[in-house]
Write a protein that binds this ligand. Sequence first.
Ligand code: FA5
Length: 340
Amino acid sequence: MKKTLWDNYAKDADSAKTVIELESVRTKHLGRKSQISEELRKLSQMSTEEKRICGPELQAMRQQITADLDKRIQQKEQDSYDWESQRIDVTLPGEKRILGHLHPITKTLRSIEDIFLSLGFEVAEGPEIEQELYNFDALNIPKDHPARDMQDAFWMKEKDEKGNALLPRTQTSAVQVRYMEKHTPPFRIIVPGKIFRNEATDASHEHTFHQFEALVVGDNIHVSHFKAIAQDFFSTFFEKDITLRLRPSYFPFTEPSFEFDISCTVCKGSGCSVCKKSGWIEVGGAGMVHQNVFVSAGYERGRYTGFAWGFGVERLAMMKYKIDDIRLFHSGDLRFIRQF
Ligand code: FA5
C-alpha cells in the first residue's frame, strides 16, 4: 500500500512541469478526496492492532509527500525566476526627484538670525497668542490710549486660566517685557516671529506677517549704537552699502522714537517705482526704550538705557528678492515658491 501511494504520487509529480501543476498534484494526493485521506478514514473501522501499525505509516507517508512537494516547488520557483528582467542597468540616467526647499520667508529669517548671532546677539521667542498685558499695557499703552488704534488687533473669545484677555500678538515688541522680567541687563537679543493684524490687505500689507525685534539694554546705550548695528546688519543682509535715515516718529514704548528708512536697494537712491521715486524705503520703527517699559519689567527707573526696533521681514524679503506683492508669500502658489 505504502509503495503504491508513493509510486502514484511520484509519477504525477515527475510529470508536473510548473508550480501550478505541482499544486494540483498536492490537491490530488493530499487533499480531502486523495487516496491517503481515504485510507486514513478507513482507520476508524480497523482493529486497535491494525490502527497502531497503519496510522503512523499513513501519517509518515503524508509528511514525506508534503516535504517532497515543497522541495520540488521551491526548485521550480528558482528555475523559473526571470533573473534577466531583474537586472539593474547602472548606466541608465537617474530619475529626477522633486525636492522640497525652504520658504523664502524662512530663508530670510535664517539669514537675519545668522547675521545677528555673528554680532553676539541671542535669539529670544515668545508666544503667538499673547496676553493683553505684554502686547499693550506693559509697553506703556494703557487700555484707553489712542495708540492702541495704531495696530488693529484680533481678539480671542477665551481668556487664559487667570482671566487675562488674549490676542494673537500684533507686534514682536510683546516679547520685550516678557524677556526683561527674566533677565538682567546687559543683553542684546533679536526676536523673530509671526504677528497678526486686523487689516485690509494690499500689495504691501498682510494680516499675518513677520517682524523681528531687536532689544539692546545696558549702561550708556544710545542712538549711535542703534545706527551702527543697523547699518552693519543691512549692508550684510543686502550685500551692498546701505544708507540709513531716521525720521522722528511716535511709539508709546520708545522715547525718542524713529521711523527707519534705508536707501532703495533697487535704484540706490536715485528714485524708482519700488521706492515710489523717493529713493528711500521704510522698513521699521525704532527708538530708545521708554523708562516706563523698564519699570513694567521691574527695573529701577533711570538705571538702564536701551534701544529697540521692529522691522518687517516680508518687506526685507521683497526688497532682497525683488517681489512686488506681499500676498504672494502666503498664496501657496507653487510657481512662485519654486523660484527660490
Ligand atoms: C511696530 O510694530 C513697532 N512694534 C515697531 C517698534 C519696535 C518700534 C520697537 C519701536 C521699537 P509698525 O506697526 O510700524 O511698528 O510696524 C513695523 C514694521 O512692520 C513696518 O515698518 C513694516 O515694515 C512692517 N509692517 C507693518 N504693518 C505691516 C503689514 N500689514 N504688512 C506687512 N508688514 C507690515
